[in-house]
Design a protein around this ligand. Structure first.
Ligand code: MSP
Length: 507
């Protein structure tokens, strides 16, 4: 049987410096969604990559005394190592310097030129180099770049333009007919009211003032302006405009482009228009998420206000970092990253709630039954609440994930863990253990707890893959049903703590 496909992408990141926890944020969320969809049986293509051309990278490389390609090669290697240490399960990693991408971009540019969607003109405008963005004077805030607040400068040069205005009506119609296309809702209104309604200016899609880019094939003093180069990654990686477009046919249109709020504009205006001009289907959804901020401000390569994320992984464990990022910020809003908050979350949820539950339960199974537990079916009314919680949670997770409410999906699993800890307090196994006549009831109670833990571990796999695996190893049970089973059987291992409580004080 043919499986349903699911194509999910992160933005392709600028390799202008090594990545920080903000880049990890998008990537970890995308990874959890990809893993969740795989668990649901989808044929998933999860793509990330790097956006390597443009003046900013060229300048950085020069400062470092390297040619641009060697400069980005180092950063890409570092990024791949970071993704590995975060257990990011991407299927594809595209670099805009990949030959197949460069060739496809040239073909796309030529096609759009030949059909009249791209034309030659003169560019006079305000440019923010760090953001690689052009602005009109009305878009500036206090005369500065509205995205990063830095200085913009005037540039004037011969350039090619993409006729965005030709497609504005078609775009508005598309957005209106497809209410899920731009999410969350607030961003959709922002796009329509702040950008489309005031009128779309044609977009400059080539530059002559720098050379680190893809050459316009029929006019080699021009290089393709980075956003056309960058956005098309989502289709060139699948073989669009190449000899083998099997994957393109299979996965396009994308199901979800996850992007930060500041680049939602490019993904919901420029990108669909490019696709309309190419006569290709529009992605099903673009989700513009908020930022992780530090001390109220953006985490910034140029401010250098962050540590390498691997330091946190080394100190607290990969799943502590994944959990924090997934749990702390309601998706769509901004959230604050701090080491203190990371420690707090790890202690409260991972060490106390999850870790203690697993440790207590497995220890008791060993202590009272040599680790061998079967269901003795000696139920009591007090069990009902736990059963209900365990049997409902997969449905709740499903509903939350469909809305991309990842934080709430995780929260619902932790509610069941909390409920299970409460069940231990209610059933007091250590008291049951004192009386031989309670033996079957005691075994039933431990069975119920093991089932709850197993179901939670199964559901946690997309978010905390290592921890999920460790729990299943300790349970010595890899059954992946996400419901309470009546006749499972356990021969548990000796428990080892999943998370250590962290007592460190952060300055
Ligand atoms: N290269 C472009 C994207 C092209 S996609 C066709 C770009 N790169 S970026 O490296 O500047 O940013 C990539 C993504 O990382 C953006 O979605 C951005 O929002 C995200 N983040 C960068 N810093 C972030 C935080 N502090 N918090 C959350 N996400 C952040 O833009």
């Amino acid at each position: 049987m043919k499986k349903n496909t699911y194509y999910i992408t992160t933005p392709i990141y600028y390799p202008s410096a090594n990545f920080h926890i903000g880049h990890c944020y998008t990537t970890i969320i995308a990874d959890s969604i990809a893993r969740y969809k795989r668990m649901q049986g989808y044929d998933v293509c999860f793509q990330t990559g790097t956006d390597e051309h443009g003046q900013k990278i060229a300048t950085r490389a020069k400062e470092a005394g390297l040619d641009p390609k060697s400069y980005v090669d180092n950063i890409v290697e570092n990024a791949k190592d970071l993704w590995k240490s975060l257990n990011i399960s991407y299927d594809k990693f595209i670099r805009t310097t990949d030959k197949f991408h460069e060739l496809a971009v040239q073909k796309i540019f030529t096609k759009l030129y030949e059909q009249g969607d791209i034309y030659k003109g003169e560019y006079k405008g305000l440019y923010c180099t760090p953001c690689e963005s052009f602005w009109t004077s009305t878009q500036l805030i206090d005369g500065k770049c509205p995205d990063c607040g830095r200085e913009v400068h005037e540039v004037k040069e011969e350039a090619y333009f993409l006729k965005l205005s030709n497609y504005a009506d078609q775009l508005v119609k598309y957005i209106e007919m497809h209410p899920d296309f731009i999410q969350p809702e607030s961003r959709k209104n922002e796009m329509i009211n702040n950008f489309i309604k005031p009128g779309l200016e044609d977009l400059c899609v080539s530059r002559t003032s720098f050379s680190w880019g893809i050459q316009v094939p029929f006019d080699p003093k021009h290089v393709v302006y980075v956003w056309l180069d960058a956005l098309t990654n989502y289709i060139t990686s699948l073989g669009y405009m190449s000899d083998d477009d099997t994957e393109f046919k299979k996965y396009w249109p994308a199901d979800l482009h996850l992007v930060g709020k500041e680049i939602t504009r490019f993904h919901t205006i420029v990108w669909p228009i490019l696709l309309m001009a190419l006569d290709l289907p529009i992605p099903k959804q673009v989700f513009g998420h908020g930022w992780l901020v530090i001390n109220g401000g953006k985490i910034s390569k140029s401010l250098g206000n962050y540590k390498d994320p691997r330091e946190y992984i080394k100190e607290y464990g990969v799943d502590a970092v994944r959990y924090f990022v997934l749990r702390e910020v309601p998706f769509g809003n901004d959230g604050t990253f701090s080491e203190e908050a990371l420690i707090h979350r790890t202690n409260a949820d991972l060490a106390n709630n999850l870790g203690n539950l697993v440790n207590r339960t497995i220890s008791m199974a060993n202590k009272y039954f040599d680790g061998q537990i079967a269901n003795k079916h000696e139920k009591e009314s007090i069990d009902k609440e736990l059963f209900d919680a365990v049997n409902k949670v997969n449905q709740i997770v499903k509903e939350k994930m469909e809305l991309l409410h990842v934080s709430e999906a995780l929260e619902s699993i932790f509610d069941v863990l909390r409920r299970s800890n409460k069940y231990i307090d209610e059933t007091t196994p250590w008291i049951l253990a004192k009386d031989e006549s309670n033996r079957n009831r005691l075994e039933t109670v431990l069975y119920n707890l093991l089932e709850s833990i197993r179901v939670c571990a199964t559901l946690l796999a997309p978010y905390l893959p290592d921890t999920s695996k460790k729990i299943k190893e300790q349970l010595n049970n890899f059954e992946s049903s996400d419901n309470y089973l009546e006749n499972n059987h356990y021969q548990v291992n000796i428990p080892t703590p999943l998370f250590q409580r962290i007592d460190k004080k952060v300055e």
